[in-house]
Write a protein that binds this ligand. Structure first.
Ligand code: GLP
Length: 251
């Protein structure tokens, strides 16, 4: 048992499937929200968390799990998209989660991408600080080691800011945008500093395509070249992996 605030090794939990991992994490989130109804959750997008949002919506629908007093802070949002663009992270979250559960709209937070970007990024960090920081940061993992949009080169003390998206990140998003040329080049992201200040961090990674970055994150020296590796010192970090994402790790 690590003392609060002292680095401890991340917990690695292996599951038979993404659905099994997401059922386990959904139960942990449900327990947190029931114990702390005003819990502040950092939320990711991407394919990885879709089964998690599906299970949380089921717990809300079938078991009365309520988010009515909880707060959400999405990790990031693209810059340069129209406010009603169906490819925005706002649209993703509405489709996969918020339309199916009972967050109060005033408690759902995204970076404001309609203002001056750097000022809005700083304002987002301040908004999160004023709310008391994250109780739980839920993360996916980019294939180049990014978390949120903290791309390679991001430091532990990086705060919310405007970022240039890496070529690999944009390539991975090209299908969703109907071609690379349509993929935004910049975004606003919460920084590693805000993520590391969360009381707990839970990372999901599934599939063989993530096995190499999971191995780099956990087994190579912590480095800005793999920003996820900089999370290893956190006092309460757990990775929930399926078999495919675990193949780079010792049994
Ligand atoms: C995007 C998001 C990240 C997410 C990553 C991986 O870059 N900004 O938060 O972790 O994609 O997405 P996927 O889960 O689809 O592999």
């Amino acid at each position: 048992m690590a003392l609060p605030g002292t680095p401890s090794p991340p917990r690695i939990e292996r599951f038979s499937s993404p659905e099994a991992a997401c059922r386990s994490l959904a139960l942990e989130i449900a327990a947190l929200v029931r114990e702390k109804p005003d819990a502040r959750l950092g939320l990711p997008t991407g394919r990885t968390p879709i089964p998690l949002y599906r299970e949380l919506a089921r717990l809300h629908r079938e078991e009365g799990l309520s988010f009515a007093r909880a707060c959400s802070f999405n990790l990031d949002e693209y810059l340069g998209l129209a406010a009603d663009d169906a490819r925005s992270f706002r649209a993703f979250m509405r489709e996969h989660f918020f339309a199916q559960v009972d967050f109060e709209p005033r408690n759902v937070h995204f970076p404001n991408v309609a203002g001056e970007p750097e000022r809005e990024a700083r304002a987002y960090a301040q908004e999160l600080r004023a709310a008391g920081g994250l109780d739980l940061a839920l993360l996916g993992l980019g294939r180049n080691g990014h978390v949120g949009f903290n791309e390679p080169g991001s430091g532990r003390d990086s705060s919310a800011r405007v970022v240039e998206l890496a070529d690999q990140t944009r390539a991975d998003a090209a299908v969703a945008f109907g071609g690379l040329a349509n993929v935004p080049v910049r975004a606003i992201t919460l920084g590693l500093a805000e993520i590391l200040e969360a009381r707990a961090i839970r990372m999901l990674a599934f599939g063989a395509a993530k096995s190499e970055v999971v191995r780099r994150m956990l087994l190579e020296p912590a480095s800005q070249a793999c920003p996820a590796s900089l999370l290893r010192g956190h006092a309460d970090l757990a990775l929930l992996l399926d078999e495919g994402a675990s193949t780079g790790l010792p049994r």
